[in-house]
Write a protein that binds this ligand. Structure first.
Ligand SMILES: C[S@@+](CC[C@H](N)C(=O)[O-])C[C@H]1O[C@@H](n2cnc3c(N)ncnc32)[C@H](O)[C@@H]1O
Length: 393
């Protein structure tokens, strides 16, 4: 549902929000659902102003509102809970590690997920599969990860279990009634930590990958490769960031924390050469496939930690570096290693303003000044946003 429609129906009473989502307040997903959208934007503007106040000389652009206020995410991880008799599948309760809100719908992910979750619950119950308990480490069903292509409407599911799954083929068949589910995997995570990443992955049926096609660039999505969670807003952000760079085709660009090449693919097409570094091997492999699929030859993706892998790049001077670290931001050592290269301008992407500010201050010690900030409301109904900063020295 687009913002316009939502506003027509929106009242600020709690009841109205509970009607929109019966899970509101318990589910850790949309914590700002009870705040009218204009007010959400205002609160985010205030957060930005507060954090950017020390950066005098930084031109701040208006926060760009979301294209879609609901169902904007292309990726979601659901967790199993309850018992073999009454399996639950959904999101953790706000602030709780153990309690699961049993979701019947989700305003963040694809609308069709409610039916899919119900089908998985029915199957788990009929097969008497025990949900995994992160306290006792007993049980079998851990997570259901879902990804979708916003441009094709196709969906991929990855069931994460604690061990070998003898009934995997039967499990895959339960999705035959959903023509939009084009790819089903199961993966094993036998480790104690409750992350959804798998040690082994098996394709049970359908396609190996999903594909997004945005502005003439195709992006392959595999079960665990990194891809920005809000496809449409990311496309807008990549386009604006590229315009800001004013590329002529002669630039050497570093793309650090590159994921599977989201921003990098946009840049490589318009610059002389792109060197990228990414820690997760699956994302690097997908970036290589993305480059080939888009006929891009002027790029070299490197798998490694930014702190150490930068030394593998012999070239010393660059026109631009694109930095897009995870929410935790960059370590001081990583900032230092980047600053030791001769980089004219930096585009710093951040989805967490607090860690971004720490990194920007750190770059200031090496002579970089923040000259421009463009914020995007990439995560409506939550306190988070994405900001692109331009730094120069
Ligand atoms: C926000 S994502 C980057 C997204 C990417 N630039 C894009 O446009 O889609 C952050 C990425 O940093 C990677 N990462 C985390 N720590 C890293 C490190 N120390 N060195 C290199 N990459 C790292 C993660 O695996 C993740 O893919």
């Amino acid at each position: 549902m687009r913002y316009q429609n939502f506003m027509e129906n929106n009242t600020t009473t709690d009841n109205a929000h509970t009607q929109m989502c019966p899970h509101f307040r318990r589910c850790g997903g949309c914590s700002w659902l009870d705040i009218a959208y204009e007010e959400q934007l205002e609160k985010k503007r205030e957060i930005l102003e507060r954090h950017l106040a020390p950066f005098t000389g930084c031109e701040r652009e208006e926060l760009i509102p979301a294209l879609d206020q609901f169902h904007y995410r292309n990726k979601m991880e659901f967790t199993f809970g309850g018992s073999a008799e009454e399996p639950l599948i959904g999101q953790h309760y706000k602030g709780s590690f153990h309690r699961i809100e049993n979701l019947t719908r989700c305003l963040l992910f694809d609308e069709r997920i409610g039916e899919v979750l119900e089908t998985v619950r029915e199957y788990a119950k009929s097969a008497a599969l025990e949900p995994y308990n992160p306290k006792t480490h007993a049980g079998f069903l851990r997570h259901l990860k879902a990804r979708c292509s916003k441009t094709s409407g196709e969906m991929m599911l990855i069931l994460v279990t604690a061990g070998d799954f003898a009934g995997a083929d039967e499990f895959a068949k339960i999705f035959e009634k959903f023509p939009f589910i084009k790819s089903v995997y199961y993966g094993i995570n036998s480790r104690l930590s409750d992350i959804a990443d798998c040690e082994k992955l098996f394709l049970l049926g359908g396609k190996e990958y999903l594909t997004e096609n945005i502005d003439g660039t195709s992006f392959i999505i595999s079960p665990e490769s990194f891809f920005q969670p809000n496809t449409m807003m990311s496309a807008m952000m990549y386009g604006k960031a590229r315009d800001m760079m004013g590329l002529t085709g002669e630039e050497y660009v570093l793309d650090l924390y590159s994921g599977s090449g989201g921003m990098g693919l946009y840049i490589a097409k318009k610059s002389k050469y792109l060197y990228s570094i990414e820690l997760q091997k699956e994302s690097v492999d997908i970036m290589k496939k993305n480059l080939a699929a888009n006929g891009i030859e002027n790029a070299e993706p490197i798998c490694g930690d930014v702190k150490t892998a930068l030394a593998l790049i012999r070239r010393r001077s660059f026109d631009y570096a694109i930095l897009d670290p995870p929410r935790s931001g960059m370590s001081k050592k990583a900032v230092r290693r980047v600053a030791l290269k001769d980089i004219n301008k930096i585009l710093f992407f951040s989805c967490k303003i607090e860690t971004a500010v720490q990194n920007l201050v750190e770059f200031g010690k090496y002579g970089y000044k923040v000259t421009r900030a463009i914020p995007f409301d990439m995560f409506p109904n939550t306190p988070f946003m994405e900001t692109v900063f331009l730094l120069s020295r």
